[in-house]
Each structure stands twice: as C-alpha cells, then as structure tokens.
Design a protein around this ligand. Structure first.
Ligand code: XIL
Length: 352
C-alpha cells in the first residue's frame, strides 16, 4: 500500500484504554515498524492530556511519541488541537466559574495552538487542527441539514473559531499540512457541508490542506456507495483526503447506549457483547471481505487519497472494546490478540 498512499497506525504510549499501563509496547512497535509508515497518537496529544487542571503544559508523553516516531523514520500526524470540550473545564471559564468572553477564549486557544505546534515545528507533517465540528440535524421538513455544532469553542467564539485555529497553526509551522477531521462522512449532507467549508476557506486564503475522514465502521454499515460518495466528492473538488481512523467493528452498533457500562446492565451485555467467548472464522472472513471492499475504493481514488490510517495495531488494544460502552470484546483491526495477521490482513495483501 505504501506505493499508493501512506499507511498508518496508532501510538498508544504507555496507556491502554486511557488508564492501564500498556504492557504490549514491544509487540506493537514491531508490527508498527514492519507494516506502517505514518503514525498518529491516540490520546497523548489531545488538549486534556497536554494541558492539565492547573494550566501547566505537560509534554512528557507527546515528546516520547515524537521521539519514537522520528527515530523510526515514521511520518507523524498530530491529533488534535481543537475538539469539542476536550480542553479542561477551566479553559472555558473565568475565576467565578462563568464562561469567558470571546476575546479571552481566542487568546487562550491561539496561545495553546501556538505553544503546541511550535514545539514540534518541522517534526509533525500533518495536524488535525479542528476535529468533529460539524453535525447533522433534522431540518424540520423531514430532511437533514448539516451545521457547525454547539461546543464551548463555537458557543463562545462563534463561526470563525475554525479559521482562527487554522491561521494560528499555520503561523506556528508554515510547512505543516493542516487537516480538518470528522466522523460519519458517509452522510451526504455532512460531506457536502465540510467540502464547502474547506473550499470557502481556500478561497479566503485560510491555510487548510485536506480533509480527514475517520472511518470507524461496521461490517454492514456504511454502505459502499455511501463511502464512495465522500471519496468521489473530495476527488472532484481536488481536496486531498486522509482516511484517519479506520476500524471495522464486528459488534452490534451500540452508539445509542453510549456511556452505559455492561457491568451494570447484563441485558445490554448479552445483546451487545455476543463474541466475548471468541469469534467465528466465518465472521472474520466477512470482515476480511469488508476490508477488501473498502480498500478497493481507496485504491480506486488513490490519486486523491494521501493516507489510510488504522485506528490501532491489534484487536486487544482497540477503543472499540470500550466505546461506546465498556467491557465489550471487539475484533476491529488487522492483527489479533496474539499479534498474528487476521484474514482481513491477508485479504488486503491479495488486493495489490
Ligand atoms: C478515542 C480514543 O481511541 C480513546 O482511547 C479515547 O478514550 C477517546 O478517543 N474520534 C477521534 C479520536 O477523533 O480521537 C477518538 O479516539 C475516536 C473518535
């Protein structure tokens, strides 16, 4: 795949599922260095990990990540600078606990972006500057409309928080390519909105260099023609596309139970954790076919697809085991719990 687009994976650093020490670094690193040429930090570059409760910057883990990737010659993706309420609560509040003014939040946001991007100037090839800013809402007439969603950034600063973020990042590292990253791009209204936003930025001279489409998928969903829609749309408009967080869950879709804990709810557990005793070969084959079908589309549009990143190295260390609810057993990636290649890996090998 390296001849067609960059092929990427994740750095989990020392944490697994956010709070458990990762004892599998050695195995993960071996696969990473053998199979991939670009790497994204799963969590350690998010604002809540870099800027703590007291407002002091802590770059320990992010520095380790950048050193590891640089030492191994891996291209680095920084993820992410501005995302929902991913900064600590105090960031958006004054000493009385009230929301800060637009000017104060712009000052805090630009200082944060400048500090982080400057620190890794020349080392990070791509930054996901703004993550997940758009959502789709009912339009009141039975249809759907995509809009910027309510986040502390949007509510306090307004529409232009996005372009301010890009201009600030570009100033801090003019050679870095800046991406806008979002999920559910199979949704036509959302894709159209994002493509228009990026084109509008380009016409106004806002520095933005591509779209990131997360691609957290299921075996049946989204449909291939929905995936092709965003690939074709970005290609038609000549906006470079990065597939930034791909995985294919084999579990039932439980997003509506987001945050529920299976330990507390055995009915949900049974319904939503059917493969806790192990997964059938048949299902792994279905997943392999699905990976191959989706990658065939990426190859079809490979002139415009710059990168495909898998959101993890192996099944045991995937966020889909603990999102949207804890305690599930999923099999979404290319390597199994013994670090062996799965049928999905073999199917992708056969494609090229
Ligand atoms: C996820 C991580 O994988 C989890 O470990 C963490 O608990 C929550 O965030 N969209 C994104 C990623 O842009 O940053 C998210 O990563 C997955 C969804």
């Amino acid at each position: 795949y390296k001849d067609h687009f960059m092929i990427g994976t994740l750095y989990h650093g020392e944490v697994l599922g956010n709070d458990i020490v990762n004892p599998y670094l050695e195995e993960e690193y071996a696969i990473t260095e053998r199979e991939f040429n670009v790497i994204t930090a799963e969590n350690c570059m998010k604002p809540m990990h870099i800027i703590g409760e007291k407002g002091e910057y802590n770059f320990d883990e992010a520095d380790r990540f950048v050193k590891y990737a640089s030492d191994k010659g891996l291209t680095i993706v920084g993820h992410t600078l501005v995302w929902k309420n991913s900064a600590p609560d105090w960031f958006f509040k004054n000493e009385n606990g009230d929301a800060v003014s637009r000017d104060v939040l712009i000052a805090r946001m630009t200082e944060y972006i400048d500090t982080v991007v400057s620190r890794y100037k020349g080392k990070i090839a791509y930054w996901d500057v703004v993550n997940e800013a758009v959502d789709v809402f009912p339009d009141g007439k039975g249809g759907r409309v995509a809009k910027l969603k309510s986040t502390p950034w949007y509510d306090i600063i307004g529409d232009d928080y996005i372009e301010i973020a890009y201009r600030t990042a570009h100033k801090a590292d003019p050679s870095c390519k800046l991406l806008y990253n979002d999920y559910n791009m199979y949704n036509k209204e959302k894709t159209d909105f994002i493509v228009n936003m990026v084109n509008d930025f380009k016409s106004k001279g806002v520095p933005i260099h591509g779209i990131g489409s997360q691609a957290h998928m299921f075996i049946e969903h989204p449909k291939l023609d929905q995936i092709e829609y965003w690939l074709r749309k970005c290609a038609d408009k000549q906006i470079p596309l990065h597939v930034t967080e791909m995985d294919i869950s084999v579990l039932p879709n439980a997003w509506k139970h987001r945050g529920a804990s299976v330990e507390d709810n055995f009915e949900l557990a049974e319904e939503f954790n059917p493969y806790s005793e192990g997964i059938s070969h048949d299902l792994l084959e279905q997943q392999a076919k699905r990976y191959a079908d989706v990658f065939s589309l990426f190859l079809k549009y490979s002139e415009n697809v710059e990168r495909v990143t898998l959101w993890g190295v192996w099944d045991g260390n995937s966020w889909r085991n603990y999102h949207p609810m804890k305690g599930r057993t999923d099999y979404p990636l290319l390597f199994d719990r013994n670090f062996q290649k799965k049928p999905a890996y073999e199917a992708l090998q056969k494609l090229i």
